[in-house]
Design a protein around this ligand. Structure first.
Ligand code: SF4
Length: 323
């Protein structure tokens, strides 16, 4: 069998827990400062009003109920018995500390939950929130998922992110100083970005020593500014071949130990405007693996070193995942 050419999340979780572990996606019903008027009411150009959410909170489902439903689905599909509670929708640190404590306690109260993944913006992680999240490391695996999307400030402004790359770097440093693992989200194919810009984002993340990355492709869904740009011919989506090439470039520059949590996007078929090829998730993943092999390359091949250290995800003393 060929050796793996990147460090994938499922294998990482199996190494840590000795079994399959699945993420259960949760919607805590929190807001986002880039939508509620604090920074903007428009949101990021690619984000629709659901904010990547399931809408479960709006339907009145508690975290406990969402976990029960999600676990049942994933147990049937993958025979999974252990789970990570993934707070995905909107900005999951954008609430008072007692609210966050209540949400995270609800998740960790489930005996099948082995840890927390908390998705948020880098400008919404004050020290007291990071201190609170770091306290859960004694109870299980904890990931802070931070959206960067691009390390180029002009791009961040163009997509209305409302934060800079420096803000992201500061959040990562403060999280890592508390022992928190950071999973950075990046998008390939953002408007106006060149192959060099996308590679520079990988270099930026490698230099910061992030423990995880999620690589998304830019896709346009209905009801977004990006969707309007695409329909008006003001924004071109990457072709499937271009995306595969850029992912390979990106992986080559990452730290070799960074865990790759995602390599494609996951649009709702009914909402997708473009590009249509991204619905073939399995095929795109297969293309990426085949292209890595064809280029005879692998994650970290061009990593130059010298940046911040990875927080030892593979050292058994670095946290207590043993639930
Ligand atoms: S920060 Fe997240 S939830 Fe807020 S507008 Fe951007 S993508 Fe949407």
């Amino acid at each position: 069998m060929d050796r793996p050419r990147y460090r994938d999340f499922n294998t990482f979780l199996r190494e840590r827990f000795g079994r399959r572990v699945q993420k259960v996606t949760l919607d805590a019903g929190l807001a986002c400062p880039n939508r509620d008027g604090t920074l903007s009411t428009a949101g990021c150009v690619f984000c629709n009003a659901r904010g990547s959410g399931t809408g479960a909170a709006a339907r009145g489902m508690s975290v406990t109920e969402q976990l029960a439903t999600g676990k049942a689905v994933l147990a049937a599909r993958y025979k999974a018995k252990k789970f990570l509670a993934y707070f995905q929708s909107y900005t999951n640190t954008y609430a008072p500390l007692p609210t966050l404590t209540s949400l995270w306690d609800q998740a960790m109260a489930d005996p099948d939950v082995a840890g927390l993944c908390v998705g948020t913006r880098p400008d919404c992680v004050p020290d007291e929130v990071l201190d609170l999240l770091a306290a859960y490391r004694s109870k299980g695996m904890v990931w802070l998922e931070l959206g960067l999307q691009s390390a180029k400030d002009e791009t961040l402004a163009a997509i209305n992110r409302g934060h800079s790359a420096a803000c992201f770097a500061d959040a990562v440093a403060r999280a890592k100083s508390r022992g928190l693992w950071v999973c950075a989200h990046a998008i390939l194919g953002l408007p106006g970005e060149t192959a060099e810009d996308m590679a520079a984002t990988a270099d930026f993340l490698a230099n910061l020593g992030v423990e995880g990355v999620k690589i998304h492709l830019l896709y346009a869904v209905k009801g977004t500014e990006l969707g309007r740009m695409v329909e008006a011919g003001r924004c071109r989506m990457l072709s499937r071949g271009e995306y595969v090439e850029r992912v390979c470039d990106f992986l080559e520059r990452l730290h070799p130990e960074t865990v790759v949590q995602r390599l494609t996007g996951d649009p709702h078929p009914g909402e997708l405007l473009a590009p249509p090829w991204c619905l073939d998730k399995r095929g795109v993943l297969a293309d990426i693996k085949a292209r890595l092999a064809q280029r005879d390359t692998f994650q970290g091949r061009l990593y130059s070193g010298g940046g911040s250290a990875i927080l030892g995800p593979f050292s058994s003393s670095s946290h207590s995942p043993g639930r």
